[in-house]
Design a protein around this ligand. Structure first.
Ligand code: NAP
Length: 325
């Protein structure tokens, strides 16, 4: 029987996810389908519960709503309040995870970023920033300084991390026991007490600071007319950056990753995270299979190059340029 998976969101027309998952199903010889389905808010719960689907992904603007519809949320879902991947278990329970967290971890590893003890500057405080904070705390960073246009939202992000670290959002002992069975969750538990003072809200980069990583989780860069999320050329205040990661992705790289590289800062765009979260989603649905990461990346790059505005330059990039996108 063909297993059916769907991406729920609005809009979903230009999503790269169907191409990545279809490529993976082909390589693995799985009898499975993946479709993008434009979904209204009140359809999310019913579609997730429908017997037609074995599982799927969730994108903007439904990740928070999807989290509330799960009967078996992972620790990452409880920590972030967001779900981007769900599946129906054999016992009928609706399980879900936030694989943006692991996807970001995979991408940052490829960038060469070592989280343990690192000082991080996080730009933005929306849904994607929640996944970033979780990934950083799991990795044992020494501090995450959150810089956001709306300070109240940055404070809310910090408070959420604090609530999770102190166990205020862990409903039962059974949930804690389940978390301990997963490597990432155990890693998080070991580092959770650090969260109490690791996440800080700032109004600007700290003068003279050396940040091991600056990460853009704002939506700046989605439009070519956007200003840079942060000018990394900080001559006057002496701030320096070891690496830059842009969650936004674009064929040929984002303006901000090009800006970073021009200053000699190692930089990577968000495509690698997108592929990472898709690969981890596939491994949640098929726990005995390893996701074919390279085939999924190739499919994502090809799909991105087909988008309006990507131009011939993007289609003739070298493999290294593609990885850095
Ligand atoms: P979101 O919840 O809507 O948050 C948007 C963030 O961008 C907020 O911090 C917002 O600041 C900031 N922002 C928006 N316009 C701004 C402006 N003009 N100036 C300064 N800051 C501005 O969105 P999200 O879900 O966090 O997603 C953010 C980005 O991450 C999107 O580009 C998304 O595509 C990307 N993303 C990528 C991946 C991946 O796999 N690569 C995964 C998830 C998300 P305020 O709080 O002040 O409004």
């Amino acid at each position: 029987m063909t297993l059916r998976f769907a991406l729920l969101g609005d809009p979903v027309r230009h999503s790269i996810s169907p191409a990545m998952h279809r490529a993976a199903f082909d390589v693995l010889g799985l009898d499975a389908e993946y479709v993008a389905r434009r979904t209204a808010p009140d359809e999310v719960g019913p579609v997730m519960r429908s017997a037609d689907l074995a599982g799927g992904n969730v994108t903007l603007p439904h990740k928070l709503r999807a989290a509330r519809g799960l009967t078996r949320p992972s620790a990452a879902v409880r920590a972030t309040g967001a779900c981007n991947c769900w599946w129906r278990r054999a016992d009928g329970e609706l399980a879900g995870d936030n694989t943006d967290v692991g996807g970001l971890r995979i991408a940052l590893t490829r960038l060469g970023f070592q989280p343990r003890g690192a000082r991080v500057l996080l730009l933005g405080a929306g849904g994607a920033a929640r996944a970033a904070v979780q990934a950083f705390l799991e990795g044992g960073v020494s501090s995450v300084e959150v810089l956001n246009r709306t300070t109240a939202r940055a404070r809310a992000l910090r408070d959420r991390a604090l609530a999770h670290a102190t166990g205020a959002d862990h409903p039962t002992d059974a949930d804690r026991a389940a978390d301990a069975n997963r490597a990432t969750d155990a890693g998080y538990a070991a580092n959770a007490d650090r969260a109490v003072d690791a996440v800080r809200v700032v109004a600007a980069p700290h003068p003279g600071a050396m940040y091991d990583l600056v990460l853009n989780s704002t939506s700046l860069g989605l439009s070519p007319a956007d200003p840079l999320p942060l000018d990394l050329d900080r001559g006057a205040d002496g701030v320096r950056f070891g690496a830059a990661f842009d969650m936004v992705y674009a064929a040929g790289g984002t303006a901000w990753t090009r800006h970073a590289r021009a200053l000699g800062i190692r930089a990577m765009g968000g495509l690698e995270m997108l592929v990472g979260q898709a690969a981890l989603s596939l491994e949640r649905w098929f726990p005995d299979r390893a996701a074919p990461f390279e085939a999924m990346r190739e499919a994502a790059v090809a799909e991105l190059a087909m988008r309006p505005g990507s131009g011939p330059a993007a289609r003739s990039e070298t493999p290294r340029q593609r990885r850095e996108r």
